[in-house]
Design a binder for this molecule. Structure first.
Ligand SMILES: [Zn+2]
Length: 129
């Protein structure tokens, strides 16, 4: 990898790791661009793929919107607001099924449970109207 490519990957990872809002690729692109104005969205996607292959990032493919990225790879679940698409971290549910899955011959790379509903702010808005 060239020095430039390494630097682009490092900045992409630093931005993702420092984000707590589970950004989309487009949001990561905007943030990385503040430091590396010449980076392209295609490079961001390639770097996100690399980070995932190295186990440094996960993609959250929610039913209600764009793929979101998470630089926190320790096991945890997610709550997705269907109205504003906020994604909130939750502690991981007990991984009771992992052993059954392993016994069936499957390999678990990562697990997350997605819970859907209205976040506190959106639920309050709805009650207020
Ligand atoms: Zn998360």
């Amino acid at each position: 990898m060239t020095e430039r490519a390494t630097r682009q990957l490092e900045v992409t990872y630093a931005v993702l790791r420092g984000a707590h809002d589970h950004p989309t690729a487009g949001q990561i692109f905007e943030r990385v661009r503040r430091q590396l104005p010449r980076i392209s969205l295609g490079t961001i996607y390639r770097n996100l793929d690399k980070l995932q292959r190295r186990g440094l990032a996960h993609a959250i493919r929610s039913e209600s919107g764009a793929t979101r990225y998470d630089g926190v790879v320790e096991p945890h679940d997610h709550f997705v607001c269907e109205r504003c698409e906020t994604v909130v971290d939750l502690s991981a549910a007990p991984a009771a099924r992992r052993e059954d899955i392993r016994r069936a011959g499957h390999r678990v790379r990562w697990q997350t449970t997605l819970l859907y509903g209205s976040c506190a702010a959106c639920a309050n808005l709805r009650e207020g109207t």
